[in-house]
Ligand binder design. Structure first.
Ligand SMILES: Cc1ncc(COP(=O)(O)O)c(C=O)c1O
Length: 423
């Protein structure tokens, strides 16, 4: 008897062969230490619902809706026409490094030479490489919560131990110096610092930062990885400052990470960069040289134009986001059961839904956690948000205001209705 490949016995056999192969442990132990990014999973679920005809408003994504500025697009097109389509140095081309050095000098009063700068495929890759290049098993990395979803997983992947330090809404979600002091041990390698913060928008002025740098300076084993990716999205006159700028004695112990994704609406171009101590930069570049090699050449030319070219876009984007923030905070605070602080930076709000825990939705679901809240909100009202637990702080929601005003208004009306229906 001849069996065709679609015969049930053949496919059974294949499945059992696959099962026995998987029992020989295909995957690395490190894979068991990480989870899929919840922000990516929720946004994918929302997009699938939308593609299937559901009316869904996506407020779960961490990317600006504004288009990349034209001068940046033109620079990319010109690079293609000139034939700039080959590999560059693994850690970025000299022209872009020069533009980054200029940016650090003019905007952050930091002097980095080209061999102190590395360019990667997004800020995410730079952070990933820097952690993998520096963290040994058992090293501790202090991460203030709520934190960007990837930090803790990257640290775990590298074999390190994330030490999560909770912040409080009444402190504007800012890390307090005494909490930092208590978290430091002889095994502490890094403070992984992000401001303005994703998801809380926490923003530190010079005095806030100095209180933290005063602690770090006393502990010589502690390095600072500062993720400044939301540097330009600041509101109400708040002026961004970065760690090595505030405490020059930490210059040699700080990796200053940044990128063009959020500032210039260039998330899909995938260019991030960092300035820091030569030894670490060399290690990051070595790792990159053995994995992805150079970042996309055309995107590097575009990023150089973003940094060197006119900066009007940055000013306009900031105004747009500030208006949207005001609208969203005001409408969320009019929702029963939600309480939403006013952030000074980034493009997220992080309201508490503590008062909604224990309530029942219109369709009869009891809300036990912030994840239940976010799931029911998506199912019943078609609004995608991310639960705070994904960022290490519950019960909260992270809501991005990266959609047009009309859509934000509609989403907030739906959230108000969802909350009003809770009993
Ligand atoms: C805090 C933070 N850091 C880094 C990144 C990475 O950005 P990219 O890899 O697009 O440069 C993000 C993106 O969401 C972020 O929110």
């Amino acid at each position: 008897m001849q069996l065709s490949p679609s015969d049930p016995c053949v496919s059974c056999n294949r499945r059992s062969l696959m099962r026995s192969a998987s029992s020989t442990r295909l995957l690395a132990d490190a894979m068991g230490r990480i989870t899929p990014s919840p922000t990516v999973s929720i946004s994918t679920k929302a997009r699938t619902l939308k593609a299937n005809g559901r009316d869904v408003i996506i407020m779960s994504q961490g990317e600006p809706d504004l288009d990349t500025p034209d001068n940046v697009k033109e620079a990319a097109i010109a690079a293609i026409r000139r034939g700039e389509t080959k590999y560059t140095d693994p850690d970025g081309m000299p022209y872009l490094k020069k533009a980054i050095a200029r940016k650090f000098r003019l905007e952050n009063a930091l002097e980095y030479q080209p061999d102190q700068i590395t360019v990667g495929t997004g800020g995410k890759q730079v952070l990933f490489n820097a952690i993998c290049a520096s963290v040994n098993a058992g090293d501790e990395v202090i991460i203030p919560a709520p934190y960007w979803v990837s930090y803790a997983d990257i640290v775990r992947f590298a074999g390190g131990t994330p030490i999560i330090v909770e912040t409080r809404p009444e402190h504007g979600f800012k890390l307090q110096p005494d909490a930092l002091e208590q978290a430091i041990t002889p095994r502490t390698k890094w403070l992984l610092f992000n401001a303005p913060s994703n998801p809380s928008g926490a923003s530190y002025d010079v005095n806030d930062l100095r209180l933290l740098t005063d602690v770090i300076i006393r502990h010589r084993q502690v390095w600072v990885m500062t993720d400044d990716i939301y540097e330009h999205l600041t509101y109400d006159g708040y002026e961004f400052v970065t760690v090595a700028q505030v405490e020059p004695r930490l210059y040699g112990r700080t990796l200053t990470v940044n990128g063009v994704s959020k500032t210039y609406s260039m998330t899909g171009w995938r260019i991030g960069y960092a300035g820091g101590p030569e030894e670490l930069i060399r290690a990051v570049s070595k790792l990159q040289g053995q994995s992805t090699n150079s970042p996309n050449t055309i995107a590097q030319w575009a990023a150089a134009e973003a940094l060197n070219g006119p900066q009007d876009f940055v000013r306009i984007a900031k105004q747009v986001f500030q208006l949207r923030r005001d609208l969203v905070v005001s409408m969320l605070n009019q929702s029963k059961w939600l309480s939403c602080p006013m952030p000074k930076g980034a493009f997220y709000v992080f309201p508490s839904c503590a008062a909604a825990i224990g309530k029942t939705t219109k369709s009869g679901t009891v809300i036990k956690t912030d994840e239940d809240f976010a799931t029911s909100l998506l199912e019943e009202e078609g609004v995608a948000t991310v639960h705070g637990a994904a960022f290490g702080m519950a019960p909260h929601l992270r809501i991005s205001y990266t959609s047009a005003t009309g859509e934000l208004e509609e989403a907030c009306r739906r959230i108000q209705r969802f909350c009003a229906n809770l009993t």
